[in-house]
Design a protein around this ligand. Structure first.
Ligand code: ZN
Ligand code: ZN
Ligand code: ZN
Length: 145
């Protein structure tokens, strides 16, 4: 699975006339192995354990390429940090974001999804992609605010 995505990405950067490098591979492998929503800094910390020579800028550029190629999705949550996550081609989910501890909870609800479609249709709108984010307090933080 991981290898499949790596090959897909290798093809993409080849088309762009870029070279696959060991550093880039270490970054991608680490990214694909760690789930969740990672900032450039998060991923940089993880990659450094595998390959200490990888710099922040390389991680940044590789994540940009990964999201251009569709392997990663770039998320801009209201806390100002750009985060990246990887999704399977047909996978979709939305997010609940805790404004106290920063926890991000993923969910998918068929009813919400179809309601959105309905709203769009009413306006003659064809949806290509969407982002649903709800901000508030997670179970842990709720009550001790
Ligand atoms: Zn959704
Ligand atoms: Zn919380
Ligand atoms: Zn997510």
């Amino acid at each position: 699975m991981v290898q499949e995505r790596i090959n897909e990405f290798a093809k993409y950067i080849e088309k762009k006339g870029l070279k696959t490098t060991q550093q880039r591979n270490d970054i991608i492998r680490t990214f694909l192995k760690s789930g969740g929503h990672l900032s450039v800094d998060d991923l940089h910390q993880k990659v450094k354990k595998v390959n200490p020579r990888v710099g922040y800028a390389t991680v940044y550029r590789t994540l940009k390429l990964l999201s251009e190629s569709g392997v990663a999705v770039e998320r801009h949550f209201d806390d100002g940090h750009t985060r990246y996550e990887h999704l399977e081609p047909e996978e979709h989910h939305d997010h609940l974001i805790c404004i106290k501890c920063g926890d991000i909870i993923e969910f998918e609800d068929k009813n919400i999804e179809s309601l959105q479609e309905k709203v769009a249709k009413k306006h003659g709108f064809r949806v290509v992609t969407h982002n649903l984010e709800m901000y508030g307090y997670c179970k842990k933080c709720n009550g001790n605010t």
